[in-house]
Design a protein around this ligand. Structure first.
Ligand SMILES: CC(C)(COP(=O)(O)OP(=O)(O)OC[C@H]1O[C@@H](n2cnc3c(N)ncnc32)[C@H](O)[C@@H]1OP(=O)(O)O)[C@@H](O)C(=O)NCCC(=O)NCCS
Length: 184
């Protein structure tokens, strides 16, 4: 049986475990390796790092542009140990997202906790959060060669909805899926 996970609100209590994952080389951001940069900031001022990570008014994109942060529900994933992160971001009252946001939900599992069903469970657990914000479905995108993420999305009822050009990998596309927030 797959061990079960819980979604935790990011907290100073769990920050040492997050730090250990960064030290081990995990990057919470899939589009660029941010582990070194985050470690520097975390060690400089843990409280400020955590606050900036989830509450700064703007975000810096991989291309250097600054965009406003969308409302979001961010979680860390735990099976007793730190396992990764998942977040749901949105614009209130609309399914639309600004061009800088490729989907409503993003997740990453630390490499040493992968292939245990955790991402599949985490996506299932965050869907009611989106539902509570009024969303009947959420948009997810993943790289065309990210077989694991496609399986996670399909296991949660994802319905393919075409593809969009990949912003950072020439020759690749992002596959788009809508995932219903009520189990099908
Ligand atoms: C994608 C990712 C989140 C999957 O996490 P995970 O917890 O290992 O996923 P699950 O254990 O729920 O696995 C889901 C399915 O993918 C399969 N899978 C997992 N890793 C895989 C891999 N590297 N290659 C192929 N299939 C893989 C699992 O076997 C499972 O298949 P099944 O349903 O047929 O049994 C994880 O690999 C990761 O963090 N990758 C880097 C970041 C990333 O790509 N994030 C998503 C961006 S869209």
């Amino acid at each position: 049986m797959t061990p079960s996970i819980t979604l935790l609100r990011p907290s100073l209590d769990w920050l040492p475990a997050y730090e250990d994952a960064l030290v081990a080389g995990w990057s919470p951001n899939t589009d660029q390796d941010v582990s070194r940069d985050q470690l520097l900031q975390l060690r400089r001022n843990p409280r400020r790092f955590l606050d900036d990570l989830y509450h700064s008014p703007t975000l810096r994109l991989p291309d250097g542009r600054e965009v406003r942060r969308l409302p979001a529900h961010d979680f860390w994933i735990s099976d007793g140990d730190f396992c990764g992160r998942i977040g749901f971001r949105y614009q209130p009252g609309t399914e639309d997202l600004p061009p800088s946001a490729m989907g409503h939900v993003g997740y990453t599992i630390v490499p040493w906790k992968q292939r245990r069903g955790y991402a599949t469970q985490a996506l299932r657990l965050i869907l009611p959060v989106a539902r509570a914000e009024g969303f009947r479905r959420v948009l997810l995108t993943c790289d065309d060669d990210n077989e694991a993420s496609q399986k996670v999305i399909l296991a949660n009822g994802g319905v393919a909805d075409g593809q969009v050009p990949h912003p950072g990998r020439p020759g690749h596309v992002k596959l788009a899926f809508w995932v219903p927030t009520i189990p099908v």
